[in-house]
Ligand binder design. Structure first.
Ligand SMILES: Cc1cc2nc3c(=O)[nH]c(=O)nc-3n(C[C@H](O)[C@H](O)[C@H](O)COP(=O)(O)OP(=O)(O)OC[C@H]3O[C@@H](n4cnc5c(N)ncnc54)[C@H](O)[C@@H]3O)c2cc1C
Length: 523
């Protein structure tokens, strides 16, 4: 395993030793309390692991011996830390439960296989002995270890299957085991001048198997799926469709062949300011439809202003910054300016060409270019929001993210409807009369027909009724998104349908690959 798990938080995000600079500053908390209209944000520490009573492990001695015969006894682990780390994923709701000490259900043991053959043997044994199996990669989106009707449940942790079989720089392919962490895979590819170029917000602590089992994975050429009934070698479109997004219900992705690409010679990140959300949205759409080769992220006025005020805390404005502010005011950027981050990748000529085209396009919408330094600084914060969520939880505040996609035609109304619904439910569920939440919007992954929206909600926690608060906010957000005509994305995607012909097909598939129902048992 490329990463030392003992150094990760069992009830939070990422490295336990990582110090959040912002979280240590009183002025930040005073600013946030004021923004949420709370008198103060008080410390709300999580319960430590050694205070918690764990349910006894139910794996029988006989099953343990059989499993040991397959993987070796050192690969079966059931310490307090192991079981707690594998109890559930790292969604906001998961963290509320873990921090509160509500860690059941727990896996009875964690098994670390070291190859496809071992995985196949474990799944065959699980079907024979009625042992539930929960596949586990990095655990960022892992399901709870439910036992269902099984006698016991094991977490099958793939992270010791992280071998790179081959990297072919001529054909631009890589053959890799599925338990490899995203950063380890990228490091190996970069050494050969290649990249997978798949970088979700959870990238740092996610595995290749998780990317495939949870997402679209359009770079997947072929994959091995170990099921309780045997191995599927998927390379045709219909079999690959079965593997992608299968979320561990049918089997375990053990190995994959990936389509990779050369690392771009140059990366440049630049920041731009638009006078308001209307012109910024129009510029983003024009860039997507005129096929400008850049990755664009647009921060709405609330997000831009929040970020700027946070960054400005405790700093006196330099003479240059004062001049820049005066210039922006003179240009009419007084109302609710929105920041756009543009990343350009490619060889020198491509980057220069794309930048030129973008500058010309953006000037039609009255853009103010902020330059490369501002772009780089925003870019560096891209993996920070999950750490921020932990710091907020420690100080009586919560953070929820909602991802959706909508057509350009519906964008304005979907954006407004969802923002308003979120603002209302954050106020309605706040623990104090008059307190409110912040809704920070971001537009991402613009295509010619549609665009993604990410809403980040920051709000005062209703301590003691946290779970109900999360349920209400999530229900209102989902309803607003679907009623306005948006489609939920990522972790907010609707669960796979159990009804209609689609449901019949899914059940038939499950029945033929996992007839005993040991893969991810239900409650
Ligand atoms: C519903 C949902 C949809 C998402 N869609 C996308 C998306 O489209 N694009 C994107 O970039 N990110 C998406 N994400 C985020 C993405 O899941 C994470 O970034 C990451 O890929 C999870 O990796 P992990 O190693 O932490 O997996 P884990 O959190 O450990 O597991 C995630 C899920 O995959 C299963 N799983 C893990 N490894 C294997 C394996 N080897 N074989 C079989 N099953 C396995 C687990 O049982 C669990 O159900 C989505 C998240 C969720 C919850």
């Amino acid at each position: 395993m490329s990463l030392d798990r003992t150094k990760l938080r069992w009830n939070g995000w990422g490295w336990a030793a990582r110090k959040d600079e912002l979280a240590a500053r009183d002025d930040v908390w005073a600013f946030l309390a004021q923004a949420l209209e709370m008198p103060a944000l008080l410390a709300t520490p999580p319960r430590p692991l050694d205070e918690l009573a764990l349910p006894p492990a139910r794996l029988s001695l006989e099953d343990r011996v059989e499993l040991g015969g397959i993987v070796g006894t050192s690969q079966i682990r059931d310490s307090l830390e192991e079981r707690a780390f594998h109890a559930r994923g790292r969604s906001y709701r998961d963290l509320l439960l873990l921090r509160n000490g509500e860690i059941s259900p727990l896996p009875d043991a964690v098994i670390y296989p070291r190859g496809s053959d071992e995985v196949l043997a474990i799944l065959a044994l699980a079907a024979e002995r009625n042992i539930g199996v929960v596949p586990f990669g990095g655990g960022t989106c892992a399901p709870p270890a439910l036992r269902g009707d099984c006698a016991s449940v094991i977490a099958l942790d793939l992270t010791e299957m992280d071998h790179i079989g081959s990297i072919d720089p001529v054909s631009l392919t890589a053959e890799v085991e599925a338990g490899i962490y995203g950063p380890a895979l990228e490091t190996a590819l970069k050494a050969k001048g290649l990249t997978l170029n798949h970088c979700p917000a959870e990238f740092e602590f996610s595995t290749l198997g998780g990317f495939i089992a949870q997402g679209d994975a359009d770079w997947l050429i072929s994959a091995k799926l170990a099921t309780p009934k045997g191995l599927i070698e998927a390379s045709t479109p219909e079999l690959l469709a079965l593997v992608k997004g299968s979320r561990g219900h049918l089997g375990i992705v053990t190995e994959a062949v990936l389509r990779v690409q050369p690392v771009a010679a140059r990366h440049e990140h630049r920041a731009y300011l638009f006078a308001n959300i209307g012109t910024a949205m129009a510029a983003l759409r024009a860039a997507a439809q005129e096929d400008i080769r850049a990755e664009l992220q647009l921060f709405d006025a609330e997000h831009t202003s929040f970020q700027r005020r946070l960054e400005g805390l405790g700093k006196t404005q330099s003479p240059i910054a004062k001049l820049a502010a005066r210039y922006a005011k003179w240009r009419g950027f007084t109302e609710a300016p929105c920041l756009m981050l543009a990343s350009f990748d490619g060889d020198n000529a491509h980057v220069a060409f794309a930048q030129n085209r973008f500058r010309h396009l953006a000037s039609r919408f009255g853009v103010l270019a902020l330059g490369q330094a501002a772009g780089e600084s925003f870019r560096q914060q891209r993996f920070q929001s999950y750490y921020l969520r932990d710091s907020l939880l420690d100080r009586g505040a919560g953070l929820l993210r909602f991802e959706l996609r909508t057509s350009w035609a519906k964008l304005a109304s979907v954006y407004e409807t969802c923002r308003m619904a979120l603002e209302q439910v954050l106020s309605a569920t706040s623990p104090r009369e008059g307190a409110k939440g912040l809704v920070l919007g971001q537009l991402v992954q613009a295509r010619s027909d549609s665009v993604g929206i990410v809403f980040t909600a920051i709000f005062p926690r209703a301590i003691g009724a946290d779970l109900e608060q999360e349920e209400k906010i999530t229900a209102v957000a989902r309803q607003a998104i679907t009623m306005a005509g948006g489609a939920l994305q990522g972790a907010d995607q609707a669960p796979q349908s159990e009804t209609g012909l689609g449901g019949t097909l899914r059940r038939a598939l499950k029945q033929s690959l996992d007839p005993m129902g040991v893969m991810r048992p239900k409650t």
